[in-house]
Design a protein around this ligand. Structure first.
Ligand SMILES: NC(=O)c1ccc[n+]([C@@H]2O[C@H](COP(=O)([O-])OP(=O)(O)OC[C@H]3O[C@@H](n4cnc5c(N)ncnc54)[C@H](OP(=O)(O)O)[C@@H]3O)[C@@H](O)[C@H]2O)c1
Length: 385
């Protein structure tokens, strides 16, 4: 029996993780969950899972009420501190499905405490990939990627890990893949949230439209698989059926082909690579002929170029990129900036990054805060003009 801690239980990945746990109570016991503002979903979870012993939620008033009702559960609110909640956890496996920088501390904690880490929070590796890999050297912890592309690469490498020429990440191109740059000027958040193939949380859907999500995924692949930047390629693929592939030096390709459903990579991570294949429906090979690929243009999607900058410069570059993107996405979702402003602001902030090489959580936290303030200041000035 694996005692599972699910962080970000109320999100898109979190809810799909619940679906998997519900199919297999013999293997998984849900012992702790975190939500943020979605308290109605938390209440549903508390009714469904009598095994939960630790809970994090944002609202302190509700925490006090729930404490009265559920005497055998320890509750933490934002006032008590999310990281204090993490420090008090007890379990075997962490599913980190938190959004954004808040996911970094649980990743670090999991590795320092030798936990099995099912990692959806790609921001952890974007912000602190090098630091995390150094921590892994002296840890018994193992990371199972949940991101579908990285799950695919993980599986392909398991089949064959010699003679690897290139890792090829597939990209849907997001909501605006068929628009020219000039057509992006007046697109709205409603348009940006219409992802052609995946149903995901709002932030990652916007990140897919700007393609910074793929920039993050190149960085994620670099740190997960210790692969150099120039051997990680991206190709646009319309149907999101090929989740990624590996090109070998004898011209053989190995790919994962499966329908775009995050249940599959989540299950693969939860079962640590030994999952029952009939858990979710697979793809139909009769439809293979319908798959389409296109070359990615970095002129059309310029944010992709930042992956090289982040990997090359290390230090706090990834932290600054992530913080700036988080603030810009939120501002776009609040109708405070336009879609193309996201790119403009990120490029501006990334022009001037301090060269800080020796990093730990406190350094990342400091630069996350500084970058958020700086980005908000730029947005304020833009809105005035
Ligand atoms: N969705 C996908 O298909 C997909 C695919 C690959 C990778 N990922 C990655 O998985 C992660 C989660 O994505 P998602 O799409 O599931 O996001 P989401 O639907 O927005 O869910 C995010 C979760 O994090 C919680 N949360 C947000 N801010 C928080 C904070 N400051 N402190 C603590 N908890 C916080 C949310 O709580 P409330 O909702 O209760 O406020 C929610 O439970 C991201 O890193 C994303 O890049 C997602």
């Amino acid at each position: 029996m694996i005692r599972v801690i699910l962080l970000g239980a109320s999100g898109s990945i979190g809810k799909q993780t619940i679906d998997i746990i519900k199919k297999d109570y013999d293997n998984f016991e849900l012992v702790a969950v975190s939500v943020f503002s979605n308290s109605s979903y938390l209440i549903k979870l508390l009714q469904d899972f009598k095994t939960i012993r630790m809970v994090f939620l944002k609202d302190d008033k509700l925490k006090v009420q729930l404490k009265e009702k559920y005497k055998n559960i320890t509750f933490f609110s934002e006032k008590d501190g999310f990281n204090n909640f993490i420090d008090s956890l007890n379990g075997d496996m962490i599913v980190n499905a938190i959004l954004g920088f808040a996911g970094l501390y649980p990743t670090i904690w999991s590795i320092k405490n030798n936990k099995i880490l099912c990692l959806a929070n790609k921001e952890s590796l974007v912000v602190g990939g090098e630091y995390i890999n150094n921590l892994l050297i002296n840890s018994k912890s193992k990371i199972y990627p949940i991101d579908s592309e990285h799950s695919a690469i993980y599986k392909c490498l398991k089949k064959r890990n010699t003679g690897v020429k290139n890792i090829i990440l597939t990209a849907s191109g997001g909501a605006f893949k068929n628009l020219k740059r000039k057509d992006l000027k007046n697109v709205t958040k409603k348009d940006a949230l219409k992802h052609p193939t995946w149903k995901m949380g709002e932030k990652i859907t916007i990140d897919s439209a700007t393609l910074i999500n793929k920039c993050f995924e190149i960085i994620e692949a670099h740190y997960l698989f210790n692969f150099p930047y120039d051997k990680i390629k991206v190709i646009l693929h319309d149907e999101s059926m090929i989740h990624s592939m590996i090109e070998y030096d004898d011209n053989i390709y190995i790919a994962e082909i499966n329908k775009p459903d995050m249940h599959n990579p989540i299950a693969y991570a939860l079962y640590q690579g030994n999952y029952p294949c009939d858990l979710f429906e697979n793809s139909d090979f009769h439809k293979f002929g319908d798959y389409h690929f296109h070359k990615l243009s970095s002129r059309r999607f310029p944010l992709i170029r930042l992956a090289k900058k982040v990997i090359k410069n290390k230090g706090i570059y990834g932290c600054v990129l992530n913080a700036c993107d988080e603030v810009c996405c939120q501002a776009f979702l609040n109708d405070e900036i336009s879609f193309l402003d996201i790119e403009k602001i990120i490029n501006l902030v990334m022009k001037n990054v301090d060269d800080v090489q020796s990093c730990d959580y406190q350094i990342y936290k400091m630069y996350d805060k500084i970058t958020r303030q700086k980005t908000l200041e730029i947005i304020r000035k833009m809105r005035k003009n």
